[in-house]
Write a protein that binds this ligand. Structure first.
Ligand SMILES: NC(=O)C1=CN([C@@H]2O[C@H](COP(=O)(O)OP(=O)(O)OC[C@H]3O[C@@H](n4cnc5c(N)ncnc54)[C@H](OP(=O)(O)O)[C@@H]3O)[C@@H](O)[C@H]2O)C=CC1
Ligand SMILES: CC(C)(CO)C(=O)C(=O)O
Length: 311
C-alpha cells in the first residue's frame, strides 16, 4: 500500500478547511496549500480561522518544480477548476493521487483528461460549511467525505483507496467508501440541481420545501430532468433517491440555505453553469428535454448580470 506522507491542498475555502487543520496536525510541514499572487499574500498575512483557532499553513506556489505530493486535494469552485488543474501540474508525480471534492458530475473527468484516470479517486462531500472573510465555525464530525474508485468492494479496495483511507484514519477525518461512487455523485447532483437552483432563483431557504408546493413543483421537475439524464448514462437513480432526500429535507433547519443562494446573497458568482448548465448541455447531447433547468440557467445568469450591474 502507498504511504501518503506529503499532501497539497488547492482551495483553502469552506471545503478546504474540512481537511486542512486535521491533516496539518499530523503531517506538519508536509501539508501545503498551493496558492500564489494576492491569494498567497492574503493567506500568509491573515491565515484562516477555524473554530476560533487561526492557522497559517505552509504555502507552496505552482511554479515550484520537483516536489510532487502523494495526494492532491482540489477544493475550488467549479468556475476556478480549469486554472486549478493547470496550477497543480508540478504537484502531480508518477504516483500522485488526486481527490476533487467539487460538487457536480464532471470535475473528475476534466482532471483525468489532463493527468490520466489512474491518478483519480472519485469523491463528494456531505457537509455544509459557510466561510466568511476567512473565518468559519463548524463541527468537523457532523459531515463526511465520500470517496473511492468507481466501484469499491471492502474485500478488495485498491491501493489508492487504502492509502487515502489510512491517511483519513490517521487524521480523524470521517469518510465513507461507497460501493458505487457514480450513483452517490449523481444522487448529490440531483439534490444540488433541484434545491440549489430553486432556492437561488426564488430567494428561499431550504425550509420552503417543507411547506410550499410551488417550491416543490420546481424541485421535483428538476430532479426528474437529472434522473432521466443519469438513466441514459446507465446510472441507476430514481424514485428511491427522491424519497431518501424528502426525509433529509424534512429535518433541515428552516433557514439553512444552499451554497448557490449564499453566493448570491454575498454578491459572489455562482456555480450555476456546473449545475443547471451541465444538465442542459447533457440533455441536448442525450435527447432529454430540460425546460426547468434551462429556466434556472438563464434566470440565475440574469440575476448575476443584474448583481454585477451588467444590465
Ligand atoms: N461549502 C459547502 O458547504 C459545500 C461546498 N461543496 C463544493 O465544494 C467546492 C468548493 O466550495 P467551497 O469550499 O464552498 O468554496 P470556497 O469559495 O469557500 O473555497 C474555494 C477556495 O478556492 C480558492 N481558489 C480558487 N482558485 C484557486 C487557485 N487557482 N489556487 C488556489 N486557491 C484557489 C479560493 O480562493 P479565493 O477566495 O481567494 O478566490 C477559495 O478560498 C464547490 O464545488 C462546492 O459546490 C460541496 C459540498 C458542500
Ligand atoms: C451544503 C450542501 C450539501 C447543501 O445542498 C451543498 O452541496 C451546497 O449547498 O452546495
Amino acid at each position: 500500500m502507498k504511504d501518503i506522507k506529503k499532501v497539497t491542498l488547492i482551495g483553502l475555502g469552506a471545503m478546504g478547511v474540512f481537511f486542512a487543520p486535521r491533516i496539518s496536525e499530523k503531517l506538519g510541514a508536509d501539508f501545503r496549500i498551493l496558492a500564489d499572487g494576492a491569494r498567497k499574500e492574503r493567506l500568509e498575512r491573515k491565515g484562516v480561522t477555524v473554530n476560533t483557532i487561526n492557522y497559517r499553513f505552509p504555502i507552496i506556489t505552482p511554479d515550484v518544480e520537483a516536489d510532487p505530493a502523494d495526494l492532491v486535494i482540489i477544493a475550488v469552485k467549479g468556475y476556478d477548476l480549469e486554472q486549478a488543474i493547470r496550477d497543480i501540474k508540478n504537484q502531480v508525480g508518477k504516483d500522485t493521487i488526486i481527490l476533487s471534492v467539487l460538487n457536480g458530475v464532471e470535475s473528475e473527468k476534466q482532471i483525468a483528461a489532463v493527468y490520466g484516470s489512474e491518478h483519480l479517486l472519485y469523491s463528494y462531500m456531505r457537509i455544509s460549511i459557510v466561510m466568511k472573510d476567512g473565518k468559519t465555525e463548524f463541527d468537523p464530525h457532523k459531515g463526511l467525505i465520500h470517496f473511492g474508485d468507481l466501484k469499491n468492494d471492502p474485500e478488495h479496495y485498491s491501493g489508492n483507496v487504502l492509502a487515502v483511507k489510512s491517511l483519513f484514519d490517521l487524521c480523524g477525518i470521517d469518510y465513507k467508501i461507497d460501493a458505487d461512487m457514480l450513483k452517490g455523485i449523481w444522487f448529490k447532483f440531483m439534490c444540488n440541481v433541484a434545491e440549489n437552483m430553486t432556492c437561488a432563483m426564488f430567494g428561499v431557504p431550504f425550509g420552503a420545501f417543507q411547506k410550499n408546493d410551488d417550491a416543490n413543483f420546481f424541485r421535483h421537475k428538476a430532479m426528474w430532468e437529472v434522473i432521466r439524464i443519469a438513466n441514459k448514462l446507465g446510472i441507476d437513480i430514481g424514485q428511491n433517491e427522491i424519497d431518501r432526500q424528502e426525509h433529509t429535507l424534512g429535518r433541515l433547519p428552516y433557514e439553512n440555505k444552499p451554497s448557490t443562494l449564499q453566493d448570491l446573497e454575498v454578491g459572489k458568482r455562482t456555480e450555476v453553469d456546473m449545475f443547471a448548465g451541465t444538465v442542459v448541455r447533457l440533455g441536448k447531447e442525450l435527447g432529454v428535454e430540460t425546460p426547468v433547468c434551462e429556466c434556472f440557467l438563464h434566470g440565475i445568469h440574469l440575476i448575476e448580470a443584474r448583481m454585477f450591474k451588467e444590465i
